[in-house]
Design a protein around this ligand. Structure first.
Ligand code: FES
Ligand code: FE2
Length: 366
């Protein structure tokens, strides 16, 4: 992700801009920062850029990696005298330590000050750091009410053989809330009405265990893809929602025989805007069940990356359709549902755990 904090342009990050943002959006009846794990970006990007800054959960943060491979996510405020630590202010990483641009204090990836130019570091000089978790090279950080530590973990992605393409990542920024975007996974009715899917089936009831919600559904779709033409797809999907910032969807496409994995990662930026990152990968297509125009001529190693690009393009088209609705909608605490709506209220009851009562949350000791 790593969308610059100086680039708060609603709807835009990777060439995706919804047509305007409606000012009547009433998302404020939902607290803006539900507790949970939220996407930061990829390890690959941290290594490439060395020091990254971005807006995240109403804060400015910096992210870097030391020489042992430990990633640090810290609030971008120096513990000495409050300088910004990001690259625009002059922050830099030297030998795995973050060097403040103001007086040269150095911080390791635990956030502790380990050196200063003129004296032994004050023991209390400690950055505010966030717990991190990495899944397949995707970095997440924990946001706890009043800074409390993680109450649950993100599950590892189940092993599912090799031959997967790299990631396609598309991020869209818009006025929204992560509870509203994740609600899509149980809102079966909108799949046909907004996205035009056919034969939408809800295969089993939504299951919930602690912070994990699982929804299984199927659909068909007929889509136009540049340079390939129309492609009809028959899809079964298992969506795992784990907190409001993390959804993981495994797709099986039956007519071609294609497996795809998709992460839908909603991250509050500043209490009004969210970044929605769609991360996809596709398994190598050894023997497509049917011919796909253009694909058969390609070397096998190119097929999965190219199909992944198509999958990402299709997903972002769907997301743009959703963003048009999301960025203008009101949150309705008591929706007037019908039998065709899916298990929306079960989802809402599940979401309540991510807004703990402040009285149940002990303030951190320091
Ligand atoms: S403010 Fe960072 S070293 Fe002084
Ligand atoms: Fe949708």
């Amino acid at each position: 992700m790593f969308t610059s904090r100086r680039n708060l342009i609603p709807g835009e990050v990777s060439n995706a801009m919804p047509a305007g943002v409606h000012c009547k959006t009433n998302i404020r009846s939902l607290p803006p920062f539900p507790e949970g794990w939220y996407f930061i970006g990829t390890r690959e990007t941290v290594l490439k850029k060395q020091l990254v800054d971005q807006a995240w959960m109403g804060l400015n943060i910096v992210v870097w990696c030391d020489e042992e491979g430990n990633i640090c996510v810290a609030e971008s405020i120096c513990a000495h005298m409050g300088s910004d630590l990001g690259p625009a202010a002059g922050g830099r990483v030297v030998g795995g330590w973050l060097v403040c641009p103001f007086h040269g204090f150095e911080f390791d990836t635990s956030g502790r000050c380990v050196a200063t130019p003129g004296a032994a570091p004050a023991r209390s000089a400690q950055l505010r750091v966030f717990e991190t978790r990495e899944i397949d090279g995707l970095i997440f950080a924990w946001w706890g009410l009043h800074g409390r530590p993680s109450q649950w973990q993100l599950p590892a992605v189940p092993p599912n053989g090799g031959g997967w393409s790299g990631f396609q990542i598309r991020t869209v920024r818009f006025r929204g809330h992560p509870q509203e975007t994740s609600e899509n996974s149980v809102d079966i009715a909108h799949l046909s009405y907004v996205h035009g899917y056919g034969n939408v089936t809800n295969e089993t009831p939504v299951s919930i265990e602690g912070p994990c919600l699982e929804s299984r559904f199927g659909f068909t779709t007929n889509r136009k893809i540049a340079k390939i033409g129309r492609l009809s797809l028959e899809v079964s999907a298992i969506a795992q929602v784990v907190g409001l910032g993390y959804s993981f969807v495994e797709f099986q496409e039956h007519s071609i025989g294609m497996d795809a994995r998709l992460w839908v990662l909603a991250t509050p930026v500043d209490g009004t805007l969210i970044d929605l990152s769609i991360v996809s990968r596709v398994r190598e297509l050894r023997k497509p069940k049917r011919r796909i125009a253009g694909l058969g001529f390609l070397p096998r190693r190119w097929r999965a990356p190219i199909m992944n690009k198509f999958v990402a393009d299709l997903q972002i088209q769907d997301v743009q359709q959703d963003v048009t609705i999301w960025s203008r909608k009101h949150y309705v605490p008591r929706p007037r549902l019908t039998h065709s709506d899916g298990e929306v209220m079960k989802y809402r009851a599940y979401c309540a755990q991510f807004y703990p009562d402040p009285l149940d949350c002990e303030a951190p000791s320091s």
